[in-house]
Design a protein around this ligand. Structure first.
Ligand code: 5GP
Length: 174
């Protein structure tokens, strides 16, 4: 059996860069000050690195890590807090930065968890959204691209910890 590998390029590096710059403008418009990004590791590390460099004006940044998938391509429905934030969220305009929203289960739990920490506002930015796969009602304020139900890698997204380094988003082919 051949190992799955990236095939068709769904989104080029240029398409992604352009959209990330647009998202930065939208986010800044909604939060002119006290903007605090919470990036969800590991998948969002590339997205947040580009996003933060497109933002004009001051912004602070923190990371948290949750696990849900663990080298599989199907959602377990549970999330585990692997690494918590380093700073409180009180009074800040917090934007969760996620790589992809699929069923929505992970994001709903994250939003509940962070809302309980009293941010001034809480919004969410996802680079990718698989709308057709949604199982729960979840608000995503900033969506980079809506994609079809295909397993993708690259630009931070992995398969068994591989392919995060790709500058584009590709479909994993088995
Ligand atoms: P959800 O809870 O929305 O079903 O799952 C969200 C998480 O599933 C994402 O943060 C990501 O880790 C993983 N995931 C969902 N779809 C994909 C995909 O197409 N590719 C990769 N690499 N991860 C995915």
């Amino acid at each position: 059996m051949t190992a799955p590998s990236p095939g068709e390029i769904l989104l080029s590096a240029e398409q992604i860069q352009q959209r990330v710059a647009e998202l930065a403008v939208e986010i800044r418009r909604d939060a002119p000050d006290n903007l605090h990004l919470v990036a969800v590791l590991k998948g969002a590390f590339v997205f947040v690195a580009d996003l933060v460099r497109c933002l004009s004006g001051p912004v602070s940044l923190d990371f948290m890590s949750v696990s849900s998938y663990e080298s599989k391509t199907a959602s377990s429905g549970e999330i585990r807090l692997v690494q918590d934030l380093g700073a409180p969220l009180d009074g800040r305009h917090v934007v969760i930065v996620e790589d992809i929203v699929d069923t929505g289960v992970t994001l709903v739990r994250l939003q509940q968890m962070l809302r309980a920490r009293n941010p001034h506002t809480l919004k969410t930015a996802c680079l990718l959204s698989k709308t057709a796969r949604r199982q729960v009602d979840v608000t995503v304020d900033y969506v980079g691209f809506t994609i079809a139900d295909r397993f993708v890698v690259g630009y931070g997204l992995d398969y068994a910890e591989q392919y995060r380094h790709l500058p584009h988003i590709a479909v994993l082919e088995t």
